[in-house]
Design a protein around this ligand. Structure first.
Ligand code: B3K
Ligand code: ZN
Length: 880
């Protein structure tokens, strides 16, 4: 395949105003009749041929304005339908294709999941159903008739509102007709047919529209959908309140299926979900699962405005809908839960998923300008960094201008397919500010690095902050222009009292910057001087993580401790503890590498103790006492990484904390025992989080006393959160208890695939040399299937991304294993295979021996002929 370039964009030569589909579901031979109303696009090339996309299609017939087409004018292959000289006035095309949903293992287009038929069309799956102008800037009104055997599919769902349904006498078949009045690109098309259970509710919008809500699940799982329904109603109310956005159809349906390539899909009026993000009960789902369900339900619902009503002109604009919608779901979760804790969690995700992407061979712009396979661009950069750019925009222009800009965007672009430029223009206009430099964030990849030198002059009572920014080269971008970086900040005294800000001299911050508490770093260097500062202050910088940068931190340990104890910005309290821990750990890694035993700083452990003793916000405390992960440390080290040394250093610090805070951790654990009935809310979840974090550290330092506690918790737990936390501790410690507990867990939950996924993850992430053999043998387990993305991600994905020491085993066995799986999976499901292969993305930062082994494994993949474009693209860019 040829690369697609943003610079080559031109409008479609033809438009499709209306689509009438008649789909007769059949397990192996589904018939799709499509009637298209086309016309030449006034913005296109007059007289151009009409080229409809197909993918692996079998055409039964094609009619132009009701008549056969002269064979010289029609060119038809499984991948294309081409009309040499289409009419230069409105015309009709009728096409019938036959497709086999059972043979569709890629899970793109129409496929079977369990007993259901379902579709996935984004990005380019509609062309696997029928020939079409499969591009997001062609918007059409769809009417879809679905017909099926009643015994096979009692439920028939489509986009929009159901306008008719009935049975077909004497055939055992029935049908439903759905009409979606909102013009949409074909990637938002969906249908579902099957034997499904459901729950129903209503939502009345603020202008009085009565919306029927339905969630469809595997029969028998209905009660597990009630939390998702609750999250949906809260999402609908929140979008009205915060963004002024109301729902626009009479029905909103969600269907949960067990075979799904990603999290969920925002099809108009008919969201299709990975059941992992719908189904929850206290006995099967953890608090994290509940929070994710809430976030994904909200995300897909919010797409109705940011994605569906306003869609993307082309796939390069993906962040227009994804970054913005992630931003919206983050805000929603922050309002539903603890804002401070959500921010920490979101930044953790950004750093663990996006920073490594930005630092390696797969780095790309938030708005890419070229792609080989668009499915490989549904990345943390487009999603999570895309969301950070929106948040940063809001910090720069302020809340009021931000919401004015959003309203302008909705008003101006509703019903269209828009671009990032058009989006930014709305904010430039609302804020009356030139946002050209801000836009660089969309066009330059890589994570900027900001260094700050701070100097206090007691005599002059001035504080001088010297900022510098830099950004390493990324693929195709050797040099970067300076980014516009908003640095939210404050100054505190060593006792924690805030210090009033006064600018002065020639290097002063502007009135506006002082009022907002935000320094705008727009050049490579900037000096900012504050006057009349009576005592040496501790600067608190990048509060709330106001920009997606790496902040070089030269603060003294004492200053970090001041921030941990006193900063009014809770994100920076957490950050200061993380920075301190990271510093300790990085030093320890060096010590371990030189064959010595690391010793840890008492002051750090004392600081954790003081945080632990505050009984204020358990969820926050849990975050503070959770050390940076092995992958976080690898990223900080950046080059010549030795995963075994990192593991050793981290294990030793956990042990030191567990020993040093032994009575305190135990007391925290015991004090948080709850007799209250279960509630998934953030407060109750926060208590469980801290209790389990305390138990985990206690066990790390005191296994003889800790493991029996963990076992007791495992056996008596009434929530999956507590049960899996205990099992995770037992699994991390080798011994007969581990195997017994794992067996017991399997026996209890064997029928719950989503719970067995947790069981796979725990075993795949054991940091011991025997794990690879365990993973291989689990692949033979009846509960495992390479055809199911959730199973594959839980066992193979968790091994590759969550087990630093074993995936990166010094003998290369982890790399060989993954390469082999990717090749096997490529012929089944290339999208999931490509995702797995991206686990190699940081290979160049490893020490030389591992680098060589990783490279060899990547080359082995790249050299195979007949690879999917998905896997080929990742392999080649990773090596590039
Ligand atoms: N828009 C979908 C993702 C589609 C991925 C296609 N490979 C889910 C979401 O972001 O909401
Ligand atoms: Zn999305």
């Amino acid at each position: 395949p040829q690369p697609v370039r943003l610079a080559d964009y031109r409008p479609s030569d033809y438009l499709i105003d209306r689509v009438e589909l008649d789909i007769k579901l059949h397990a192996t031979a589904t018939r799709v009749q499509s009637k298209l109303s086309l016309r030449p696009n006034p913005k296109g090339v007059p007289g151009a041929p009409l080229i409809l996309d197909g993918d692996d299609l079998k055409a039964k017939y094609v009619l132009l304005n009701g008549a056969q087409i002269d064979s010289s004018g029609l060119f038809l292959t499984p991948d294309q339908l081409r009309l040499e000289t289409p009419p230069q006035e409105p015309f009709h095309l009728e096409i019938e294709t036959e497709i086999d949903p059972t043979a569709n293992t890629r899970l793109m287009g129409l496929y079977r999941s369990g007993t259901a038929y379902c579709t996935q069309c984004e990005a380019e799956g509609f062309r696997r159903i029928t020939y079409f102008l499969d591009r997001p800037d062609v918007l059409s009104v769809y009417t879809t008739r679905i017909e099926a055997d009643f015994r096979e599919a009692q439920v028939l769902l489509g986009n929009g509102n159901r306008i008719e349904s009935g049975t077909i006498e004497g055939t055992g078949r029935h049908f439903a007709i759905w009409h979606d009045p909102f013009p949409k690109p074909c990637y938002l098309f969906a249908l579902v047919g099957g034997i499904l259970g459901s729950i129903h509710d209503r939502f009345v919008t603020r202008s009085g529209r009565d919306v029927a809500l339905g969630i469809y699940v595997e029969p028998g799982k209905e009660t597990s959908a009630t939390y998702a329904m609750d999250a949906l109603k809260r999402s609908m109310a929140w979008d009205e309140e915060v963004f002024g956005r109301e729902y626009d159809l009479d029905v909103f349906n969600i269907v949960a299926v067990s075979d799904f390539n990603m999290g969920a899909m925002e099809n108009k009026g008919l969201n299709v979900f990975n059941d992992k993000y719908v189904l929850a009960s206290p006995a099967t789902a953890t608090d994290t699962d509940y929070a994710q369900i809430e976030a994904v339900i909200a995300h897909e619902y919010f797409h109705n405005w940011t994605g569906n009503r306003i869609t993307c002109r082309d796939w390069f604009q993906l962040c227009l809908k994804e970054g913005l919608t992630v931003y919206r779901d983050h805000e929603f979760s922050a309002d539903m839960r603890s804002r401070a804790v959500r921010r920490i969690a979101d930044v953790r995700t950004l750093r663990s998923q996006q920073f490594p992407e930005d630092a390696g061979p797969l780095a790309h712009n938030v708005r890419p300008d070229t792609y080989l396979e668009i499915n490989n661009f549904y990345t943390a950069t487009v999603y999570e960094k895309g969301a950070e750019l929106i948040r940063m925009l809001k910090v720069l222009i302020g809340d009021e201008a931000f919401h004015k800009g959003m309203d302008l965007y909705f008003a101006r672009h509703d019903g269209t397919a828009a671009t990032i430029e058009e989006f930014i223009a709305c904010f430039a206009e609302a804020a009356k500010r030139d946002l050209t430099q801000f836009s660089l964030w969309y066009h330059q990849s890589g994570t900027p690095h900001v260094e700050v030198e701070s100097a206090y002059d007691k005599q002059a009572q001035t504080l001088t902050l010297d900022f510098t920014q830099s950004c390493k080269p990324t693929p195709g971008q050797d040099t970067k222009q300076p980014f516009l970086i908003p640095i939210a900040f404050g100054l505190i005294a060593s006792d924690g009292a805030p210090i009033a800000l006064q600018a002065g001299g020639s290097d002063q911050a502007s009135e506006d910057e002082l009022a907002r508490g935000v320094i705008e770093l727009a050049t490579t260097r900037r000096r900012v001087v504050f006057q009349s500062v009576p005592t040496r202050p501790v600067p608190s910088l990048l509060r709330g993580f106001s920009a997606p940068v790496r902040l070089g931190n030269s603060s003294s340990e004492a200053d970090l401790l001041t921030l941990v104890a006193h900063d009014t910005d809770s994100f920076n309290r957490w950050q200061a503890a993380q920075t301190y821990a990271t510093r300790q750990l990085l030093h320890a890694v060096e010590v371990v590498r030189s064959g010595r035993k690391p010793i840890y700083d008492e002051a750090f452990i004392d600081a954790l103790l003081r945080v632990l003793e505050q009984s204020s916000d358990p969820a926050f405390i849990a975050q503070v006492i959770t050390l940076p992960g092995e992958a976080d440390l690898a990223r900080e080290i950046g080059e010549n990484v030795d995963p075994d040394a990192i593991h050793g250093a981290r294990k030793a610090l956990r042990q030191a904390i567990g020993e040093g805070l032994k009575p305190n951790l135990l007391q925290t654990y015991q004090a948080l025992t709850s007799k209250d009935p279960y509630s998934p809310d953030a407060t109750a979840a926060g208590r469980r989080a801290l209790r389990n974090a305390a138990l985990d550290l206690f066990c790390a330092g005191n296994p003889e006393e800790g493991l029996p506690l963990a076992l007791q918790q495992f056996e008596s737990a009434t929530t999956m959160t507590d049960k899996i936390a205990a099992l995770s501790i037992l699994t991390a410690h080798a011994g007969p208890e581990r195997e017994k507990a794992l067996e017991a867990f399997y026996a209890t939950h064997a029928s719950e695939a989503l719970v067995i996924d947790k069981w796979f993850i725990l075993q795949a992430t054991i940091p011991e040399p025997e794990t690879l053999a365990r993973v291989k043998s689990l692949m033979q387990h009846a509960a495992f299937s390479l055809h199911n993305p959730n199973r594959t991600r839980s066992l193979i994905g968790a091994f590759a991304t969550g087990n630093q020491t074993q995936f990166n085993a010094a003998d290369g066995s982890g790399y060989d294993f993954l390469a082999g799986i990717v090749l096997e999976l490529d012929s089944i499901n290339p999208q999931v295979a490509a995702r797995l292969l991206a686990a190699f993305r940081s290979w160049r930062s490893l020490e030389t021996k591992r680098q060589g082994l990783a490279e060899a494994a990547l080359r082995r993949v790249a050299s195979v002929s007949g690879l999917s474009p998905d896997v080929k693209d990742i392999a080649e860019r990773s090596l590039g």
